[in-house]
Design a protein around this ligand. Structure first.
Ligand code: NAG
Ligand code: NAG
Ligand code: NAG
Ligand code: NAG
Length: 338
């Protein structure tokens, strides 16, 4: 158990910006850090645990792993670090790379974040078909320069980080094994109807801070999806149909002006809905739009509502500030929900 959580910590730490300075000042910091971290748990919805990876372990692996020095493996691209004691991981992040080096076949976790990579060439993962995680966030990748079949042959890939790039559409086809897909902070304006097809294991989809105007019925088929973040886009309507397992729906900072009747009925596990900073008016709301018994939290702040819409009595937090709610509406609401 302890071993497993340490491994996960190392994997997650690899996603973060490196802080070599910290290591240089106090070579024991990693040890202190590990001890201080033992009680914290991993939050599956936190994409960036802001802890530095223990760079320097390849200079003296004894500190972190208690094993003897080993030479850098020969198949490691010279631009990258492949820690001898973690033979399935390759670190090529934060080093001004302009292209992706070829990935050796033994790799499962590869980190290319925060470089100036503009393209994902077709053959780069050809040998590494066992990849589980690919981190490519913080680069300059454009949709035109993503090889057509570059991801679909990675049949085990579980996490793909492509956020903070220059993508204009959702890349695809994507492997069906994906569990987490990070596409936030791009310039995506289109979600092609089949882009997310067959992703039966996808649990979290991050599309916030893009330029999406419309999402059709493509999300309904994502039967494991628990978290959907479409905040900070240009949506005028909510997506056509929500996944059945959805628990968290983030739509704040869009231009949504209407809600269909019983919109949440197809998602009986939905707990949190954020719709703040949209253009909702009472005229645009179907009478029972928000009356869903599973909801615990509903954020409708900063819209143009004049009356409080009907909600379920199970709701624990309802946010309404920044609207034009009149007094009469408040007193009648309070009698209804007691
Ligand atoms: C890719 O895999 C093939 C077959 O295992 C091997 O012969 C080749 O050397 C590998 N290519 C690289 C660049 O590692
Ligand atoms: C990516 O977007 C950034 C910021 O918008 C821009 O400065 C950069 O030139 C773009 N790069 C490419 C390759 O389009
Ligand atoms: C989805 O996850 C299950 C359980 O972990 C696994 O058995 C299955 O192969 C996965 N599906 C795909 C398409 O990878
Ligand atoms: C909300 O829905 C429940 C059952 O789905 C219904 O009994 C109740 O009257 C509805 N509340 C309002 C205010 O319409």
């Amino acid at each position: 158990m302890q071993q497993a959580s340490l491994l996960l910590l190392l994997l997650l730490a690899g996603l973060c910006a490196l802080s070599r300075a910290q290591y240089d000042e106090d070579p024991h910091w990693w040890f202190h850090y590990l001890r201080s971290q033992q009680s914290t748990s991993y939050d599956p919805y936190d994409p960036y645990p802001y802890e530095p990876y223990p760079y320097g372990v390849d200079e003296d692996p004894g500190y972190a792993y208690g094993s003897p020095l080993a030479p850098e493996p020969r198949d490691c691209p010279q631009e990258c670090d492949c820690p001898p004691n973690f033979p399935t991981a390759m670190y090529c992040d934060n080093r001004n790379l302009k292209y992706l080096p070829f990935v050796p076949s033994r790799m499962k976790y590869v980190y290319f974040q925060n470089n100036q990579i503009a393209a994902i060439q077709e053959s780069v993962f050809d040998n590494a078909t066992g990849l589980l995680w690919i981190a490519l966030h913080g680069n300059q990748i454009t949709s035109e320069k993503v090889g057509r079949k570059v991801f679909s042959k990675l049949r085990h890939l579980e996490r793909l980080y492509l956020d903070h790039n220059n993508l204009t559409r959702v890349p695809g086809p994507l492997p069906r094994s994906l569990r987490e897909l990070h596409l936030e902070h791009n310039q995506i304006s289109r979600v092609p109807g089949n882009a997310l097809e067959g992703l039966e294991n996808l649990t979290a989809l991050y599309l916030h801070h893009n330029e999406i105007q419309e999402v059709g019925s493509t999300l309904r088929g994502l039967r494991s999806l628990i978290l959907l973040d479409l905040s900070y886009n240009h949506l005028r309507r909510v997506p056509d149909g929500l996944p059945a397992a959805l628990e968290q729906l983030y739509l704040e900072h869009n231009n949504v002006y209407s809600m269909p009747d019983s919109y949440f009925r197809g998602s009986p596990k939905l707990l949190y809905v954020r719709l703040s900073h949209n253009s909702l008016t009472n005229n645009g709301l179907a009478s029972n739009a928000f009356n869903a018994s599973s909801l615990l939290e509903l954020d409708l702040s900063y819209n143009q509502l004049q009356k409080i819409p009907p909600v379920s009595t199970n709701l624990e937090n309802l946010y309404l500030q920044g609207n034009r709610i009149n007094e009469f509406s408040i007193s009648s609401f309070c009698t209804v929900v007691d």
